[in-house]
Design a binder for this molecule. Structure first.
Ligand SMILES: Nc1ncnc2c1ncn2[C@@H]1O[C@H](COP(=O)(O)OP(=O)(O)OP(=O)(O)O)[C@@H](O)[C@H]1O
Ligand SMILES: [Mg+2]
Length: 239
């Protein structure tokens, strides 16, 4: 009993540290878009302006607000996921069905930028379905966002010893080695320039990492000769 009590205390302590870190990161990330909104709006209000410039201001405000809304959705998702219940709700899922499903879901978005999706796979994924789909969706969204137009996006499921590997790979700029190891950190972006930042929060991959930790799985990324490949390993069911 002492042991399990200690384990519980440890878990709680870890939870608090994590929560503290999340709120620090969040406050830091929220500051920029909020300052942008404030600054631009205050400048606009200093004198009367043409209808067009009001329209422009509102459009740019909407962009920032959309980004804030997405960031909050993601933060809430991370905060709400209960590790214990996620593990209890794991199911044996057909890998072929799952990759097919995600390919279908992204067909339209990929088509808009002339990327064609190829999905293939076999075997069984032992996972909580919503979390698995969320992880794959975050990888596919990236592959389309950062992939080169006119190329292929591959989604593969390959059974291996002790579980299954899921791979999402796309063609695009090679990611430099110094960035690779940091991609899964919360709010980390390779390109922090202003244009990109409107659609980029640097949260997608940190959610993937959390989901894989919840499943006692592994995740990795490689980028070489213009091909970037994310790999997720889901361990099989232990009886
Ligand atoms: N397939 C990819 N090709 C090239 N770079 C990528 C790819 N996937 C991720 N990245 C890089 O990793 C960074 C982090 O990705 P992540 O998904 O965590 O955040 P994001 O896409 O910037 O924003 P969001 O929170 O909306 O997902 C991205 O900003 C991008 O620089
Ligand atoms: Mg992303």
């Amino acid at each position: 009993m002492i042991d399990s009590f200690n384990t519980m205390l440890e878990r709680l302590a870890k939870g608090f540290v994590q929560l503290g870190q999340v709120s620090t990161d969040m406050a830091h990330e929220l500051r920029t878009p909020i300052n942008n909104l404030l600054g631009e709006t205050q400048v606009a209000l200093q004198q009367s302006r043409s209808t067009e410039s009001y329209q422009q201001l509102l459009a740019s405000n909407v962009e920032e607000l959309e980004r804030l809304a997405r960031m909050l959705d993601n933060m809430l998702f991370l905060a709400r996921t209960d590790p214990a219940s996620a593990l209890r709700q794991r199911q044996a899922l057909s890998a072929a069905d799952e990759v097919e499903r995600i390919a279908e879901y992204f067909e339209g978005l990929a088509g808009d930028v002339d990327i064609s999706i190829h999905a293939s796979g076999e075997g069984v994924i032992w996972a909580e379905p919503m979390l698995l789909r969320r992880a794959l969706a975050n990888l596919c969204a990236n592959a389309i966002k950062y992939g080169a137009p006119g190329t292929e996006l591959m989604i593969q499921a390959v059974p291996t010893t002790g579980g299954i590997n899921l791979r999402v790979s796309n063609h695009g700029e090679t990611i430099a080695a110094e960035h690779l190891s940091r991609l899964f950190e919360r709010f980390y972006r390779v390109d922090e320039s202003r244009e990109r930042s409107a659609q980029s929060n640097g949260l997608g991959l940190s959610i993937v990492a959390t989901i894989m930790q919840l499943h006692n799985g592994r995740y990795s990324v490689s980028s070489d000769a213009g091909v970037t490949c994310f790999e997720l390993f889901f361990p099989q069911r232990e009886d």
